[in-house]
Design a protein. Structure first.
Length: 178
């Protein structure tokens, strides 16, 4: 990829929140609309991708958004969560982990290496935060994403139910040790 691509931490501003909400909603529909009902898609998008919700997430000190911009246009992002409890057994000692809650790339950027660049930056962030692992949840029916994460060394460690509108879906919990 050429130099005009820039990955940076998103600013914690209403303008950044509005851009993330708009792109997130659009890419969410691109990724999941074909396999889900319109009602569930709308409910999930409304709950997840409002500018107000994005701003609250940006203001959370345990949340980091990595933005991918090409010539100033937002073309992808990763939402990272520090101190994640995803998949942890409550009876075991917790390890310090970073969760990749979302990794979205615009459709015309899939296959260019942008997703891999965002994932490498997420892993780098985990190391800087002295995490012992990176975790994420991926929908069991999202074969493309599962293959992508496997290439980075993520392995299944469990599963959990994810409420998607009116439907409970199964997410696989994947972990990569650092």
């Amino acid at each position: 990829m050429s130099q005009p691509l820039r990955i940076s931490v998103a600013k914690r501003t209403p303008a950044a929140a509005a851009q993330l909400a708009e792109l997130g909603r659009r890419l969410f529909y691109e990724a999941y609309a074909a396999q889900n009902t319109a009602e569930n898609m709308a409910a999930q998008a409304d709950a997840t991708f409002s500018p107000e919700r994005q701003l609250a997430e940006l203001e959370d000190p345990d949340t980091v958004y990595l933005e991918a911009r090409m010539l100033q246009e937002l073309v992808g992002y990763a939402k990272l969560r520090l101190h994640s409890q995803l998949g942890l057994d409550p009876d075991k000692v917790a390890e310090e982990r970073l969760e990749v809650e979302r990794l979205y790339v615009a459709e015309d950027w899939i296959g260019t290496g942008l997703g891999a660049t965002l994932m490498r930056r997420a892993i780098e962030e985990a190391r800087q935060q002295q995490c012992r692992a990176v975790v994420l949840g991926v929908w069991e029916h999202n074969a493309r994403a599962r293959a992508f994460y496997q290439r980075f060394g993520f392995r299944p460690v469990g599963q959990h139910l994810f409420q998607f509108g009116a439907e409970a879906q199964t997410d696989l919990i994947l972990r990569k040790g650092l």
